[in-house]
Design a protein around this ligand. Structure first.
Ligand code: FE2
Ligand code: FE2
Length: 139
């Protein structure tokens, strides 16, 4: 897949969760990835690996926060969701290592990072959203 300076990763409208605390963090992570995309468009070299450590940390912080909210709400699939978060973090750690091996981050790696965000937002978090709706905790 080819990426250009105009490639900006957008969260689809369906990704809107309805809880400010969660939506804000999803948006902040997407914004951070896009800030890296803009940076990558301006340079011919690979981006510093430190940026990926920051992104991965942001994602890890979000996961912890989300798990706390789930626990407080009595979400019955918390451990499955935690396992899903862990899987994403392991994948991101591998991506960081891979980027370290090749000496930095490229646009294709940022796309992979965004894919991981989508994996959380669209494939896992929606089950929690459904649970909150069913319990009348979200409208
Ligand atoms: Fe999640
Ligand atoms: Fe999330």
């Amino acid at each position: 897949m080819e990426f250009t300076a105009m490639s900006v990763f957008k969260l689809p409208a369906a990704a809107e969760f309805g809880l400010d605390a969660i939506d804000t963090e999803h948006r902040e992570i997407a914004d951070s990835i896009n800030a890296c995309v803009e940076m990558a468009a301006k340079v011919t070299t690979r981006l510093d690996l430190m940026l990926f450590h920051d992104l991965r940390q942001k994602m890890a912080d979000h996961f912890l926060h989300e798990e706390t909210i789930m626990q407080q709400a009595g979400f019955p699939w918390l451990s499955e969701h935690q396992a899903h978060h862990q899987k994403i973090l392991v994948r991101l750690a591998a991506l960081v290592t891979q980027c370290g091996d090749k000496g930095g981050i490229e646009l294709v790696d940022l796309a992979a990072m965004f894919e991981s965000l989508i994996d959380d937002v669209l494939r896992a978090d929606l089950a929690f959203k459904t649970f909150l709706y069913e319990k009348n905790l979200l409208r």
